[in-house]
Design a protein. Structure first.
Length: 277
């Protein structure tokens, strides 16, 4: 039985929450087997899986496809799906309809980027029964366009704005909030100021949980290497080496060997040769 939103809420101040961003069935199975609490189907799939420069071009159809794959691979983790850029900004009805598509694709909850400015939209989604995860601090869908990749809450005024946003999202009904690239001191203040869990990514150790992209932690994505992403493996080099070995085996005739091949019965082979001359 997968974890519920209530299970995640109950972990506040009692147990650190582990979250992995994944995009496909096979990886989802492995992350679930490892016992993570939540899997986030991030719109970062556009960069990691589709080769986009940022998350802006990602569509609802693409997010539904990735969500379906991850949902099929999980047994125990809660699945949260990102709502991509411009899938919820136009109107509340648009936001509700698109949130519903992700739930139908297999998500247990959806995630929206934004603070005070989208609290009413979040409230509308929550009111119809769809759980929402908030996301403040660095927001890839919009902050990238305005400021580039910058750490958030480095001044008093910026910190107060972020704290107010966190409280507004809690009031709107989110069950947890992602804090991305927020100074660790401000993340600690926010985590202590609200009753819902905070999930940090590049936001220090005092959040209620942490999230990393599986490709970052396994060393699979080389285009961007965030400072906050601890690498537990360097699979890129291992994979290249393995494929180079395969290429060498093929060109030298070493692969496939007898153990990788199938044979026809000798009697049938003799009959075949006689038939075709």
């Amino acid at each position: 039985m997968p974890k519920s939103v209530r299970d995640i809420l109950s972990m506040k101040n009692s147990k650190k929450i582990t979250v992995i961003t994944a995009y496909d069935y096979t990886t989802s199975q492995l992350c679930d087997k490892a016992g993570v609490d939540m899997m986030l189907v991030g719109d970062s799939a556009g960069m990691v899986m589709l080769g986009y420069d940022n998350t802006i071009p990602v569509t609802m159809d693409q997010m539904c496809l990735f969500t379906e794959a991850v949902a099929r691979g999980r047994q125990n983790a809660l699945v949260v799906a990102d709502m991509p850029f411009m899938s919820y900004q136009s109107s509340k009805s648009q936001a509700i309809a698109n949130a519903g598509k992700l739930i139908k694709a297999g998500a247990d909850a959806v995630k929206l980027e934004g603070g005070v400015e989208i609290k009413d939209t979040i409230h509308a989604i929550v009111e119809i029964g769809i759980p929402v995860m908030g996301h403040i601090g660095f927001q890839p869908q919009t902050t990238t366009l305005q400021e580039g990749y910058k750490v958030q809450a480095k001044t008093k005024d910026a910190a107060i704005k972020l704290i107010d946003s966190a409280k507004a999202l809690e009031e709107a009904g989110v069950f947890c909030i992602t804090l991305e690239m927020v100074t660790k001191e401000v993340s600690k203040i926010i985590s202590g100021s609200i009753k819902v869990p905070t999930i940090g990514i590049g936001s220090g150790p005092d959040c209620d949980g942490q999230v990393l992209v599986v490709h970052d932690m396994l060393g699979l994505y080389e285009k961007i290497k965030p400072k906050f992403a601890k690498r537990y493996l360097e699979l890129s080099s291992d994979i290249v080496h393995a494929i180079e070995s395969y290429k060498s085996d093929v060109t030298s005739g070493k692969f496939p060997g007898a153990e990788h091949s199938f044979s026809i019965d000798k009697t049938e082979l003799d009959r075949l040769k006689k038939e075709i001359g």
